[in-house]
Design a protein around this ligand. Structure first.
Ligand SMILES: [Fe+2]
Length: 409
């Protein structure tokens, strides 16, 4: 008999549904180079820094430089970077990866609690139950069988018109972590209730609201702005500091010695569907995007760094024109271009670049959207290209994806 769980009035096979890849967290070595690349060249925005002055005491000894959070839109973070020294706290489990973790949005706090119960029922290894970290998310951290760490989450912090995250005074209500055997309370106050209460009632909090985790780093941000954000490009009618705008963190590609076994974990536990299989990769989806997770075998030519479980991360741009402009802009600014063209399955037009830590990032336009009946493009319609054509092909699902306006901070 197939188990079923009520999820908001619908019977599903598990008590939660992953809706979106919310963020990815990587290890880094060079703070200035990483920040300059992602803020100055790619246009993400630094939102918060956990450092040895404001972090939880257990974490502080491992933060010679900050654990920092960046966004490309209204989420407090889509990419975050943790110093490589933090690997020491994982007892060798992260020695072969530059990924600290990745995070899936579920639909509600109730689903998040459901995910914790479900993981325990299925003997999934829980790493930590976390409450209101910077970013305000409640989270259940868990491992897949190959020690890739990830978490489900709900209640993420949203960035409003001021373009900043919460002041340090609001961090005083954070509870951080409860360990692997921790529980989640049955219900939680809204972020607004909790934060405004904290800002009003904590002694001196009102005058502290200007005290922000980014304050020690503002001069560095000004330097990046002076160096890389003085130009203005007319991007489809808006003047922006670079000729493109990143719009969505869409997928993550990892490698495994046994892609079949690992994919089985993601279909059984995370509830993902398989969109396609090739001779050296399995493409999985959590929603309408053709893939949200790709698992390569190490023999694949796409796996350029055999020692890193991370293969690449896919970030979507708003238009095809912006992708072509990004190629020119990034090449002119000295970024290493690894490849370009169109790849299948999925059909994205892409430019693959290398970040300062030798990580592959794929900027792309278009990804096949999977509809109500779950069918995907058949292999006879896969037509890969090794260059970017003048115009992108149009199909029924063109522009059917999450879109952020030029000014979404
Ligand atoms: Fe996270």
């Amino acid at each position: 008999m197939i188990e079923s769980y009520d999820v908001g009035g619908v019977e599903l096979e598990r008590p939660f549904k992953a809706r979106r890849l919310n963020h990815v967290v990587w290890y880094y070595r060079d703070f200035n180079a990483t920040l300059r690349f992602y803020q100055g060249l790619l246009g993400l925005k630094l939102m918060d820094c956990i450092d040895s002055k404001n972090g939880p005491p257990a974490m502080c000894p491992f933060l010679p430089t900050p654990f920092f959070f960046m966004t490309m839109g209204p989420d407090m973070h889509n990419l975050a970077f943790v110093p490589e020294t933090v690997k020491q706290t994982f007892d060798g489990r992260h020695d072969d990866t530059t990924i600290n973790h990745y995070a899936w949005d579920v639909g509600s706090y109730e689903e998040l609690r459901g995910s914790l119960r479900y993981f325990r029922e299925k003997q999934v290894e829980i790493q930590e139950v976390a409450l209101r970290m910077p970013g305000s998310n409640y989270a259940v951290y868990y491992y897949d069988p190959e020690s890739n760490m990830q978490h489900t989450q709900s209640s993420g912090e949203v960035i409003g018109w001021q373009g900043t995250s919460k002041p340090l005074a609001a961090w005083k209500v954070m509870k951080w972590v409860r360990g692997p055997n921790g529980e989640l309370d049955e219900a939680i106050p809204s972020d607004e209730d909790l934060t405004s209460q904290a800002l009003l009632t904590l002694e001196g909090a009102r005058k502290d609201t200007g005290d922000h985790s980014l304050n020690p780093y503002r001069d560095l941000l000004v330097d990046i702005k002076k160096e890389l954000e003085q130009n203005r490009f007319n991007v489809h009618g808006s003047f922006l500091p670079r000729p493109f705008k990143l719009t969505k963190l869409t997928y993550l590609a990892i490698q495994s010695e046994d892609p079949e076994a690992l994919a089985a974990f993601y279909t059984r536990i995370n509830g993902f569907k398989i969109s396609a299989k090739t001779k050296d990769a399995i493409y999985l989806r959590y929603g309408a995007d053709h893939h949200g997770l790709v698992i390569y075998s190490p023999e694949s030519p796409d796996v350029i760094n055999k020692k890193d479980k991370l293969v690449r991360t896919g970030i979507q741009l708003r238009t095809y024109q912006e992708l072509k402009s990004a190629l020119v802009y990034l090449r002119d600014n000295g970024v290493e271009i690894l490849g370009k063209g169109r790849s299948f399955p999925g059909g994205e037009y892409f430019v693959d670049i290398m970040d300062p830590e030798k990580r592959q990032v794929r900027l792309f336009f278009y990804l096949e959207q999977v509809g109500w009946d779950g069918t995907t493009r058949s292999p006879d319609r896969w037509k890969p290209l090794e260059s970017l054509p003048e115009k992108a092909e149009v199909s029924e699902d063109t522009y059917n994806f999450e879109h952020l306006s030029a000014y979404s901070f």
